[in-house]
Ligand binder design. Sequence first.
Ligand code: NAD
Length: 337
Amino acid sequence: MHNVTLIKGDGIGPSIMDEAVKVIDASGVKIHWEEAYAGMAAFEKFGTPLPDETMASIDKTRLAFKGPLTTGVGGTGFRSINVALRQKYDLYANVRPAKSWPGVKTRYEDVDIVIVRENTEGLYAGLEHYLTPKKDIAESLAVVTRTGSERIIEYAFQYARDNQRKKVTVCHKANILKYSQGLFLDVAREIAPKYPDIQYDEKIIDAACMHMVMNPHQFDVVVCTNMFGDILSDLTAGLVGGLGLIPGANIGKDAALFEAVHGSAPDIAGKNLANPTAVIMAGVMLLHHLGEHDAADRVQKAVEKVVNEGVFVTPDINPQSQAGTVEMGNAIVAALQ
Ligand code: NAD
């Protein structure tokens, strides 16, 4: 029996997480889901977006499976709980694979890109303030450390080697941000020669976005600092069929958290329209992490069958489809059995 902290999240979170848990349980792997709360759901229930009970659960399980959490925009509301969890458990590597699905119509076929995003520092280090009482000057600090850069760039190369990938591209802005981005690039150039079996490339982030849209096939594993990784992973989602399809793993030395790349999608919450694929594929990453490779492969095949057939899928995949979140989850369970 594995113990995993389950945070269903906000907006579409509970509905897609219910389908994901149903599918993972149907794989036969025994998981004790320890339900905990975070984000708006926690705020409403406990008066805080990150209750002590939730951290006590993750302290114990060191593993979380999480739905999206709503974070207010701008200076109002609480700080991102996603960022807080990544920093608290030092989940420094955010791995976000974007792979084409033969049954999902997009501009390109055979895209297969893994974004490895530094997850604890950069512009999301949380160091922000106003410089004047009138709040008319604001400052956000981008923190890049040698240690933080070394471990994420090593992670990207090692990931490439372990997963039979051929190339690592570092995306940066070292031409303008000569210190913070310059340090990240220097570290990449130092580490790359240690992996002669992996091709090394570097691209300035703005040009990288253009190249990714014009010819995504030149990218394999991409490594970058926090905010660039955040943006690039939505871009890669767009290349393979949208945010409903992309999972993410937040990996630290002794803890891990699995979730979708997408957010709580308030525009479609409560309408049975949300695609559960991204969180189910995050569940596949969780199963691999638990060493349950056979179950992970079976769940992945079941998801691929349903998505590629395009019948019992949510409208973001097939606008003609009458199926919703629940029907898609049921179809995946049926394919699994
Ligand atoms: P979003 O990812 O929630 O939605 C962007 C668009 O994609 C919307 O049109 C939405 O309907 C669509 N979409 C997202 N997931 C989908 C799914 N599973 N199936 C079908 N369509 C889907 O981004 P947003 O609207 O910018 O953010 C909403 C909230 O989510 C914000 O509070 C934001 O801070 C938060 N957020 C949380 C996480 C996280 O918890 N890891 C990640 C990103 C955003």
